[in-house]
Design a protein around this ligand. Structure first.
Ligand SMILES: Nc1ncnc2c1ncn2[C@@H]1O[C@H](COP(=O)(O)OP(=O)(O)OP(=O)(O)O)[C@@H](O)[C@H]1O
Ligand SMILES: [Mg+2]
Length: 509
């Protein structure tokens, strides 16, 4: 559907055009008219399908430029997402002249206070820092007309709920409330609707919770083998832009260091780093200075980095919803992606629970052998030689080359070159982490027949699709772009503190 048919003003249509969006995505087409009418909306649609613009555009449309107060408040679970969302909203509001700001932890509060004094009409923030400003009376929410909970199920989960309730107390009862997420467990939806008035629920019908643009694989592997298996897959798949999710901060540190040792351009991201460092890493990842981002769940939700080709779950997530969000960092805006999930021997029940939620059967892959990995490397080296020959001024080296050819066998010379060009397998030790507790063996049906265990389906190097219909979810492929810098906040975030979990995970973000 065309944006023009949704009732948006010329200012916004121009901003949308400048951004390169041609057609509205289904969630945008269905929610924008409702939101413009002032309805409360609970919107659920797959990752990467444009939920941000679905709430950002009506927010901008509703801003009264004569009114200097905060008129819209967007709450995000992480610092990085708050920064990203503010940048997106500000871009849409530029033509109209709407003033926006982001407040989040780990960054200078005095600067934020200054920004808040400049009368932003839209504020995006993480819960902790928002409450901090509320308590300091540097943020007044008495004139808020629209409240958005992005990643709403995360925000209404146990870890955040109290903070959210305290923030909502500061917002007038007479308001519009918008909840968006790719996942919405029924128990959390019940909590959410209590904050809403006669909410209109828009759930974009999809057979599966995850987008069919992502080919989903799993690999059975023992904990101590994971690192070598992963880099062997890297050799074979030659992934371009990759995110590797790990369960703990220590593991993020070790895996990212190990990847650096093996010659990959990698960096780790988690809640113990300073905000400056986190922002720097996200910037470098977006600007192609880093190929592999190793992260905790801090990067699982909402983060939109264009061109992520692969997501690796080095550690399987403990929450099935988290899986949906993690792998949703690829396969965005109509692009194709691949996800790879490592499953340790006692983690089969987690795999089943994920599949039960997503209604997608992941395909098994066998860990590649060292030989297969070397073949992958040599294939890449051959390609590189081809392009090097094209751009090297060979005449300059001709005399020495002749000398060498007289002295040595040509085959030996090329072999030396190839050996230099293939990655040296530095030994890397990754500390073992406590395994996830085994779950009760009751696998509530599920309904999947897993053909042939881990020998059955696709094989490495020759990926088979788990879906052959992929329609791009209503996207115009030309419209994709990268947007502004970002990472997370709220160090209480993620690895959820749900009361029904009988264990805790070390090193939470
Ligand atoms: N109508 C459109 N046409 C083309 N591209 C779009 C359109 N709407 C959004 N996009 C782009 O698609 C990408 C994903 O959008 P967005 O981050 O809003 O997804 P999301 O649904 O919020 O995903 P998540 O559930 O992961 O938060 C962004 O790069 C965005 O700029
Ligand atoms: Mg989003």
């Amino acid at each position: 559907m065309k944006f023009r048919e949704l009732g948006l003003s010329e200012d916004l249509l121009k901003a949308i055009e400048e951004k390169g969006f041609k057609e509205a995505t289904p969630i945008q087409a269905e929610t924008i008219p409702l939101t413009l009418k002032g309805e409360d909306v609970l919107g659920q649609a797959q990752t990467g399908t444009g939920k941000t613009a679905a709430f950002a555009l009506p927010i901008i449309e509703h801003i009264d430029l004569e009114n200097p107060n905060v008129q819209a408040l967007v709450i995000s679970p992480t610092r990085e997402l708050a920064i990203q969302t503010q940048s997106e909203i500000s871009r849409f509001g530029k033509n109209k002249g709407v003033n926006t700001t982001a407040v989040y932890g780990g960054s200078d509060i005095r600067r934020q206070i200054k920004d808040l004094k400049r009368h932003p009409q839209v504020v995006v923030g993480t819960p902790g820092r928002l409450l901090d400003h509320i308590n300091r009376r540097t943020l007044k929410l008495a004139n808020v007309k629209t409240l958005v909970l992005d990643e709403a199920d995360d925000m209404l989960d146990m870890g955040f709920l109290e903070d959210i309730e305290n923030i909502i107390k500061q917002v007038p009862e007479e308001r519009q409330t918008l909840l968006f997420s790719a996942t919405m467990p029924p128990s959390i939806k019940r909590v959410g609707v209590q904050f809403m008035k006669d909410p209109k629920q828009v759930k974009i019908k999809a057979k599966e919770l995850t987008t069919d643009l992502i080919d989903q694989y799993y690999i059975r592997v023992k904990q101590f083998e994971k690192f070598d298996v992963m880099t062997r897959f890297f050799d074979i798949q030659a992934p371009k832009v990759t995110i590797v999710f790990c369960r703990t901060k220590r593991r993020v540190d070790e895996v990212s260091k190990g990847l650096l040792l093996r010659g990959y351009r990698a960096a780790g991201l988690h809640g113990d780093l300073t905000q400056n460092r986190r922002s720097q890493i996200m910037r470098e990842f977006k600007n192609d200075k880093i190929d592999v981002l190793v992260a905790t769940d801090v990067a699982a939700r909402g983060i939109d980095v264009s061109g992520v080709t692969h997501v690796y779950n080095y550690d399987i997530p403990q929450d099935s919803e988290s899986y949906v969000h993690r792998i949703g960092r690829t396969g965005r805006a109509g692009n194709h992606g691949v996800s790879m999930t490592f499953v340790e021997p006692n983690e089969t029940s987690y795999l089943r629970d994920i599949e039960k939620l997503t209604k997608v059967r992941m395909l098994p892959l066998k860990p590649p052998s060292a030989d297969e990995a070397l073949k992958g490397q040599l294939k890449a080296a051959t390609k590189q030689i081809d392009s090097l020959i094209k751009k090297t001024k060979v005449e300059k080296f001709a005399d020495t080359a002749d000398q060498l050819l007289e002295e040595y066998d040509a085959k030996d010379l090329v072999s030396v070159l190839l050996s230099k060009m293939t990655r040296n397998q530095v030994k890397v030790h990754i500390s073992s982490e406590r395994p996830l507790p085994s779950r009760n063996k009751h696998h509530r049906g599920g309904g999947f027949h897993r053909g042939g265990g881990h020998h059955g389906g696709g094989r490495h190097g020759n990926f088979r699709r788990n879906n052959n219909h992929r329609n791009g979810g209503g996207f115009n492929h030309g419209g994709k772009r990268r947007n502004g810098g970002n990472n997370h906040h709220n160090d209480n975030h993620s690895s959820k503190r749900r009361p029904n979990k009988s264990f805790t995970i070390k090193n939470k973000d």
